[in-house]
Design a protein around this ligand. Structure first.
Ligand code: ATP
Ligand code: PYR
Length: 577
């Protein structure tokens, strides 16, 4: 039997997602001294009236809507944040007396993945990244060794163990069949029109010839092919081949450093997606119980099945995110994503193997495909590239983050910005602020049209759909109890406008849920009695200031593994705290 238990009549108002006119927002963000600096006395007088009027409007709006946003200007962030916190009574970051809710990650729905590298692989930086809003720590196995990655894993685990609210997931990104140039004693300058040779002979590194790490390179490329170095920073056209070398002419020159990425425009290397090194790294991930694999250069679903079978044989519960970055993956997009737990739009290599103008279109398509199939999706690479060296982002980068958020990505990723950049913490803060600001403008319930329809015979899908409808209509949050994460993930895919508070008694599931849009994962021991557990959960939310007394929440009991219910009985309740 399926039932919807509604214990109140519907009179709640819709949550207002807007945040005032552009003029109102401009006025709100202006420094207080603005008028006196630029206006005459008379102008200033009349302007004050306008400002007062505007501030009344703003105050009314603030009471209704919750656009919890601070302006993006990294220098200003601490001061603005302080003012904002005072105004709205929000607990300050780093204030341990208020537990989990001190971190910005609760209010932001889109999650942030940070690549850990030389700039951030210390205890202090991992703690600071977490406090700034990191949800997932990414380890790039193309760099470093097991000892250095082990140190990072241990630090993240130490952070997570510190309080039950600390939840940073770990993602191990495989190197995959990358083709890279060899070591050079020092960088060499390539000039347009110059001849340059790549050879499969080992250990060559001169001014006009360098080794490549892939023996079939000579067979894979053809005369006329375009070779891209570092995703297109330099390019060369193939002029001729010998048994062991490829002779090229430089089209776009630059500085060639050691171990640079090589791509052939329009072609993927004929290497297996999971190499010997990758299997070794995957085993390292199993031993360390990482939460996700990001699998590089996946070309077909077969490789995902192979990895999943291996994980099953090791009894390892690790989710598989496929990186869409090779030309060969595009015709198989649907089957690859079906086989996986999610996808990453790996725009670096994708934009090298395919014409760069295809990247935004593919990004949109991959996000749409993932969302219609209920899979997680991450947008990666170059999101705040300029912040590797500069303290503020370009406007284009800010727009890029906003687009990924609007398109409905579960997460956005930082690579070099946090791995080896000069401003890793500012980069996370900018990403956080831009995501939060953008989310405030998205109206709830923008779900892919076929989601829910495709599964309409599945009771859990139906309940996720209707719980979302109910919580959006009432403008309330959703509370779900999950042992496997299944129901929380389902709810996330419907993108309700309120937060999904996902209570789980499994630390591992709490960490996995860190990747999913809109989910606030909370660890809690479940009691045998459902009512006791519900009461404890709501009391905890209230104690932490996430819900107020008298506020309502939609409490969902559905999913694959029933807790405190019969298999045949599903519930949505609306409860007053
Ligand atoms: N574990 C690490 N150890 C050392 N350096 C790292 C590590 N992880 C990342 N980096 C550095 O940060 C840069 C950006 O990280 P990212 O994950 O984007 O690497 P990538 O995609 O392999 O890029 P590249 O092609 O430049 O190597 C890397 O090029 C590398 O210089
Ligand atoms: C993330 C990554 O591997 C890429 O963008 O190519």
């Amino acid at each position: 039997m399926a039932q919807v238990v509604a214990t109140r009549s519907i009179h709640g108002s819709f949550l207002s997602q807007g945040s005032g006119s552009v003029q109102e927002r401009v006025e709100k963000l202006k420094p207080a001294s603005f008028a006196s600096k630029v206006l005459t006395r008379e102008e200033s007088k009349s302007k004050r009236v306008v400002l007062r009027r505007n501030s009344q409007v703003t105050a009314k709006r603030a009471a209704r809507a919750e656009p919890e946003v601070i302006p993006v200007s990294p220098e200003d962030v601490p001061k603005r944040e302080e003012q904002y916190v005072q105004l709205r009574g929000i607990p300050q970051a780093g204030d341990t007396s208020v537990g989990m809710w001190s971190k910005p990650l609760v209010r932001r729905k889109t999650k942030i993945v940070c690549t850990i590298g030389p700039s951030t692989n210390t205890r202090e930086m991992i703690w600071k990244l977490a406090e700034a809003g990191m949800n997932v720590a990414r380890l790039n196995m193309s760099h470093g060794d097991h000892a250095s990655h082990q140190k990072v894993i241990d630090l993240v685990k130490e952070y997570n163990a510190q309080t039950k609210d600390n939840t940073i997931a770990i993602m191990l990104d495989t190197k995959g069949p990358e083709v890279r140039s060899g070591d050079l004693p020092q960088p060499i300058t390539l000039t347009t029109g110059q001849e340059f040779t790549f050879t499969i002979r080992r250990g060559v590194g001169t001014a006009d010839c360098v080794s490549v790490n892939y023996d079939d390179f000579v067979n894979d490329v053809e005369v006329g092919d375009m070779l891209l170095v570092d995703g297109g920073m330099m390019s060369l056209v193939v002029k001729s081949k010998t048994e062991d070398s490829v002779k090229c002419e430089v089209v776009d020159g630059g500085e060639l450093k050691s171990r640079r990425h090589l791509n052939v425009r329009g072609k993927s290397a004929t290497l297996p997606s999971i190499t010997e090194k990758d299997w070794d790294d995957i085993k390292f991930g199993v031993d360390n119980k990482v939460d996700f694999y990001a699998v590089s250069f996946v070309k077909d679903a077969q490789v995902v099945h192979e990895l999943k079978n291996y994980l099953k044989s090791c009894d390892a519960d690790i989710h598989v995110i496929v990186k869409i970055e090779s030309a060969d993956s595009i015709p198989n997009l649907h089957s690859i994503i079906t086989a996986s737990d999610g996808a990453m739009v790996a725009r670096g290599d994708l934009g090298a193997e395919l014409p760069i103008e295809e990247v935004p279109l593919l990004q949109e398509e991959i996000i749409r495909t993932c969302r219609s199939m209920g899979k997680a999706v991450i947008v990666a690479t170059n999101m705040l590239e300029s912040m590797i060296v500069h303290p503020t982002p370009t406007r284009a980068e800010v727009s890029d983050i906003a687009i990924a958020v609007r398109e409905g990505a579960d997460a956005v990723m930082l690579s070099g910005e946090t791995a080896h950049g000069k401003f890793p913490l500012k980069a996370v803060k900018v990403m956080h602020t831009v995501a939060l600001r953008t989310e405030a403008t998205i109206s709830g319930g923008q779900m892919p049209p076929n989601l829910g329809q495709a599964f309409k015979n599945h009771m859990s899908e139906m309940f996720a759909y209707h719980a979302t409808m109910m919580s959006n209509t009432l403008g309330i949050s959703t509370v779900v109890f999950t042992r496997t994460g299944f129901m929380a993930i389902l709810l996330s895919h419907y993108r309700p406008s309120g937060t999904i508070f996902a209570f789980t008694n499994e630390k591992r599931i709490q960490q996995r849920l860190a990747l999913y849009q809109g989910v606030c994962p909370i660890y809690m021991e479940f009691s045998d009695d459902a009512e006791d557990t519900f009461k404890n959960a709501l009391a905890l939310l209230q104690k932490q200031g996430m819900v107020k007394e008298g506020e309502e929440v939609a409490l969902v009991q559905s999913g694959r593994q029933p807790i405190w219910r019969f298999q045949s009985t599903h519930n949505i309740q609306v409860r007053k705290v």
